[in-house]
Ligand binder design. Structure first.
Ligand code: M6R
Length: 357
């Protein structure tokens, strides 16, 4: 099933452009418009607040999804880690809609929230890669990721599929509310698919960077602001789970509030810069860590780059940058794990779906 690939993870990283195109195809009608089922559209437009519930990588996709739903559809969104929500339930709005994001649809922590919120009479939408899964069956509505089976424990193509589907959900909702959008998601996602392809075609660059940064280190930091902050959290999780390097994703502006104390000579720091409004400030943060001895690498977006950047990403719409900036992060983790002789597809202590609370 892996074909010519050494690992499922690499195969699944490479499948992301195909998944983007599949989602574009599955979510449009014959007029090339985003098509949400009537009941999903209704649930989204009637809700006064969306509560996104998820774990791990799916939670990180939820953080990006919040931006789409708030900015495009103008509905307030809260994103919660499912295991926390269960015993620390926030004050709920009058007409909440619960959106569960789960690749497997079997995550027990998320299911426990579904059971509790259903008992309170609230509606639920599950976004999953497995339509017949528990979370899909027990929710009122389901959106399918169409990512194909994800075998590697480290989630890659499900993350980008979740983000793409959340973008389409936001656009579908905005249209149902007759909001005027300057954003053509199908066109923009097609641009993303090509950008992803160009990144997966440049694996040697990331293999080399992974070697330079992560061959022997015990820890690593990823920094970003805005949308990039969400992606650096995912980057750190990816690196931790398969290479066992202690890694953290931080908001650039938070460094000076404590974290910068951890920087020593040769501490690897990867910064992502894809947003014009924070480009200068994140570069300032990089200077601060370099001044303290860090080995820094900046991954920037075309138009914002400087000569010294480690890698420049092809330009995509500013709302969708996580879909491309995550690819180098996935590849860096993959090669870091590979060079450290770790079991890439089946990291220690982890299962593909976590069916216990
Ligand atoms: O199947 P789910 O999306 O509900 O799984 C949630 C997490 O367990 C999952 O994303 C986990 O964090 C991955 N191993 C991350 O790569």
């Amino acid at each position: 099933e892996k074909g010519t690939y050494a690992h499922f993870m690499l195969k699944e990283i490479d499948e992301q452009p195909i998944v983007m195109r599949k989602i574009i195809q599955k979510y449009q009608d014959e007029h090339g418009e985003i098509q949400l089922e009537d009941d999903v559209r209704q649930a989204m437009t009637q809700a006064d607040r969306i509560y996104i519930i998820a774990a791990g990588t799916s939670y990180h996709a939820g953080l990006v999804g919040k931006q789409f739903i708030e900015k495009l559809a103008q509905v307030p969104v809260e994103v919660h880690i499912s295991s926390e929500f269960s015993y620390n339930m926030p004050l709920l709005s009058e007409k909440p809609l619960f959106v569960f994001i789960s690749q497997s649809g079997e995550t027990a922590d998320s299911r426990s929230v579904l059971v509790k919120t259903k008992a309170l009479g609230h509606k639920a939408l599950t976004i999953t890669n497995v339509p017949g899964s528990t979370l899909s069956r027990e929710a009122d509505y389901t959106l399918h990721l169409h990512a194909g089976p994800e075998i590697a424990v480290a989630s890659t193509k499900a993350y980008t599929a979740q983000i793409a589907v959340l973008a389409l959900l936001a656009v579908g909702t905005a249209k149902a509310k007759c909001l005027h959008l300057h954003f053509d998601p199908l066109k923009e996602l097609a641009i993303v698919a090509s950008a992803m392809e160009s990144l997966t075609d440049q694996k040697e660059a990331f293999e080399q960077l992974a070697k330079d940064l992560f061959s022997t280190t015990r820890n690593a930091f990823f920094i970003g602001r805005g949308n990039d902050y969400f992606v650096v959290q995912e980057a750190a999780l990816k690196l931790k789970e398969i290479s066992y390097i202690q890694a953290e994703g931080f908001a650039g502006g938070e460094l000076k509030h404590g974290t910068i104390a951890l920087i020593e000579d040769d501490t690897p720091v990867v910064a992502i810069s894809t947003q014009e409004n924070v480009n200068l400030s994140i570069r300032g943060n990089v200077q601060e860590v370099v001044a303290r001895g860090a080995k820094a690498a900046i991954v920037s977006m075309k138009g914002l780059e400087k000569d010294s950047d480690a890698f420049v990403l092809p330009k995509v719409h500013e709302l969708l940058t996580p879909l491309v900036s995550v690819i180098p992060m996935q590849l860096l983790s993959y090669y870091a794990a590979l060079h450290r002789d770790c079991d890439v597809d089946k990291p220690r202590n982890l299962a593909k779906s976590v069916t216990v609370e």
